[in-house]
Design a binder for this molecule. Structure first.
Ligand code: SF4
Length: 250
């Protein structure tokens, strides 16, 4: 009888212990997941730094690809330099993305593209720790505030857009500078939120239309309209095409 009582008490304690652990499990798993992502980003950055070339601070004059002159009747297009397929890597992880999209290849062939990398133009190195927007600021994985570099690079992009009277911009989605509808949430855990990068915000505030690399057919349609109908004809079209006209200021 005495043994039965002890076993019953033990069972009761074990049951309470398991139910407490089950309640805390999602919190523990989410904490562990965030730490794993943090560790992965840190290791990747360390690997890139050791493998390569180490940190290198590109000079704006050295790395900016020359913009070919092209025909003056053709409208220019501002483009994130990591989409342009240039020789010089500019991405935070030092990777080059080959230029394979037929629309971009055509525009490059027509000398329309004006490449810009706000992060490098703002003075950041290649490779560099990943950064994310956190409210009005931009913060590196290591906690450094890089807002002023992003501001400088974004202002440079706007100057370039104005100098070349660009028809619109095509910017790399999810970047803290170039994202046009999605960016990371500032916690370095892979979560995306609706929002704009610093450069896209400045460009749109200045009335420049921005497409992402996922919206190239819409951008091509916009360019065709602009070149056949002209600015005035385009304004007539705007109410009928809200999808491709987002950010357009009449
Ligand atoms: S997304 Fe923009 S800032 Fe980032 S590497 Fe590409 S061009 Fe540079």
């Amino acid at each position: 009888m005495h043994y039965r009582k002890i076993i019953a008490q033990l069972k009761d304690r074990l049951r309470k212990l398991f139910s407490a652990a089950a309640e805390g499990l999602p919190v523990i798993l989410s904490w562990a997941f965030q730490k794993l992502i943090f560790l992965k980003n840190g290791l990747m950055h360390l690997f890139l730094t050791i493998r390569g070339k180490g940190f290198h601070m590109p000079d704006r004059g050295d790395t900016e690809p020359e913009v070919p002159s092209g025909s003056s009747s053709q409208r220019k297009i501002l483009i994130s330099r990591c989409l342009y397929g240039g020789e010089e890597p500019v991405r935070y992880d030092g990777r080059r993305i080959p230029l394979e999209n037929s629309i971009l290849l055509k525009w490059k062939e027509e000398n329309r593209l004006v490449p810009v990398c706000p992060e490098v133009d703002g003075g950041l190195s290649v490779p560099r720790p990943p950064s994310e927007r956190s409210g009005r600021n931009v913060i590196c994985l290591d906690g450094t505030d890089v807002t002023s570099a992003y501001r400088e690079g974004s202002v440079h992009a706007l100057q370039l857009a104005r100098e070349h009277h660009v028809a619109f911009a095509v910017m790399k989605e999810k970047s803290p500078a170039c994202g046009s509808s999605l960016i990371h949430d500032g916690h370095f855990n892979g979560t995306l939120i609706h929002g704009e990068g610093t450069t896209v915000e400045i460009l749109r505030n200045a009335g420049i239309i921005v497409f992402s690399e996922k919206e190239l057919p819409e951008a091509a349609e916009f360019l065709a309209l602009l070149e056949t109908e002209g600015e005035n004809g385009l304004k007539e079209e705007i109410p009928w095409r809200p999808g491709i006209m987002k950010g357009y200021k009449k």
